[in-house]
Design a protein around this ligand. Structure first.
Ligand SMILES: [Zn+2]
Length: 272
């Protein structure tokens, strides 16, 4: 599943390759995505310039002259910039044909992605208005983490993964951040000290920024904006490294299941 670094890498790709271009046409091949795509969007966006590429949590915001396209990659979606006449592939769901004969094409086998258009401030759109703080904004700090963990018996990993509390931290970066902060994924959230919270905030940001710099993590079905997989995988500390040696201390990395997701950790570096 694309996580925040992959979405941010995609945003940067769009910024480099498509911002400033005019949209010739939106071609919608499949309206049955996670939510049905409103077919009137096709007429709305035709002829508008793509002015900026933004992001809120895992939503991409394509800012046009008179409104904003709100796009989510879902479980398996990817965007690519291609020559306009590149042959369609299976699961291509829509594309934005640009005036320079390139196209921004969305492929999504599982169809959990989405496309909306709003003429209002996108921050007030129903999909975005209730999102929790995200790691790179000042409202996600040690005091906030302390407030949402205090008195909770649930494991800290579950708190990081709860999108009503923190947006944009999925399974990979929750495991990576806990390793960097030297906190066991099963540690009860309520047992985190103020110092732990401060270290964990830095660790979450550090794990995400390292991945963003590397262009996202190479995963089964993630492909970046130009079709090249990310190069971050070799630098992961624990994620999907069970049975391999910890890069810090040499202990074998272990895995456990929490909330039906695998967590990876080093028992020596992350005592419980
Ligand atoms: Zn270790």
């Amino acid at each position: 599943m694309p996580e925040l670094p992959e979405v941010e890498a995609t945003r940067r790709g769009i910024e480099r390759a498509a911002v400033g271009r005019r949209i010739r046409e939106l071609r919608l091949y499949e309206a049955r995505l996670r939510w049905p795509v409103d077919p009137t969007i096709v007429d709305e966006v035709a002829g508008q310039q793509l002015c900026a590429a933004g992001r809120r949590a895992k939503y991409l915001l394509l800012v046009l002259e008179r409104g904003t396209l709100i796009l989510h990659l879902g479980m398996s979606g990817s965007l690519r910039i291609l020559p306009a006449d590149a042959p369609l592939r299976k699961h291509d769901q829509f594309e934005l044909l640009l005036a320079n004969d390139t196209t921004l094409r969305f492929n999504d086998p599982r169809r959990f992605g989405s496309l909306h258009y709003t003429r209002e401030d996108p921050a007030r759109h129903r999909l975005l208005q209730h999102l929790a703080p995200e790691p790179f904004t000042p409202d996600f700090d040690a005091a906030y983490l302390r407030r949402i963990t205090r008195g909770r018996r649930v494991a800290i990993k579950q708190v990081l993964m709860n999108s009503r509390l923190v947006t944009g931290v999925g399974n990979i970066y929750a495991s990576e951040a806990l390793f960097r902060a030297r906190i066991h994924p099963r540690r009860r959230a309520g047992r985190l000290t103020e110092k732990d919270c401060a270290r964990l905030v830095r660790a979450v940001r550090g794990a995400l920024s390292a991945a963003i710099r590397a262009g996202g993590t190479t995963l089964r079905d993630y492909v970046g904006i130009d079709g090249n997989p990310g190069a971050f995988r070799q630098r992961l500390y624990v994620y999907e490294r069970d049975g391999q040696r910890c890069r810090r201390c040499g202990t074998l990395i272990r895995t456990i299941t929490q909330g039906q997701r695998s967590s990876y950790f080093c028992l020596h570096c992350q005592p419980k």
